[in-house]
Design a protein around this ligand. Structure first.
Ligand code: ZN
Length: 133
C-alpha cells in the first residue's frame, strides 16, 4: 500500500522536494510511528486515498510498516481505536494532525511518550564520537 502511495506522491512533485517533504514529516515525530511509537519507516494516509484522502501533510503521518500494512485501506481513527496499543493521547494527536494543528499533535505525542525526541542530538553525538576517535 505505501509503495503505491510513494509512486503517487513522486508524480506530484520533483524527487528532491518529495524526499524533503517525507523527511520533514518523519522529523515532526522524531521518526517514530504516530500510532505505536516504533521507528517510522513509511508515510501513512490517515484518510486512505481510496476514500478521497489527499497526499497533503495534514493527511500523511509517519508510520511503521507494521501499522501501515495492518491499517491498509481503513480510516486511521477507526482502525487505531481497535489496537492493543491504543492511547487516547495519540488518538487526539492524530486528530489534531488531520486538522492541520501539527504543534498540538506534537505536544500530545510528547505527552504520550516521555522519551520522544525532536532534535538530531543522537546524530550529533555519533559524529563527535567519531571525530574524537
Ligand atoms: Zn506503528
Amino acid at each position: 500500500m505505501h509503495i503505491n502511495d510513494a509512486v503517487f506522491l513522486e508524480d506530484l512533485c520533483p524527487k528532491f522536494r518529495f524526499r524533503q517533504w517525507r523527511k520533514s514529516i518523519h522529523k515532526f515525530t522524531g521518526k517514530s510511528c504516530i500510532y505505536c511509537g516504533k521507528p517510522s519507516e513509511s508515510i501513512d494516509h490517515i484518510l486512505p486515498r481510496s476514500q478521497g484522502g489527499l497526499s497533503s501533510t495534514e493527511n500523511c503521518v509517519p508510520a511503521c510498516l507494521s501499522c501501515n500494512g495492518d491499517k491498509s485501506d481503513e480510516n486511521a481513527l477507526y482502525w487505531y481505536r481497535r489496537q492493543k496499543f491504543y492511547d487516547p493521547r495519540r488518538a487526539m494527536a492524530i486528530r489534531a494532525w488531520l486538522e492541520g494543528d501539527l504543534r498540538l499533535a506534537i505536544r500530545l505525542l510528547q505527552w504520550a511518550n516521555p522519551n520522544f525526541k525532536l532534535s538530531n542530538k543522537n546524530y550529533e553525538k555519533d559524529e563527535s564520537e567519531y571525530r574524537a576517535a
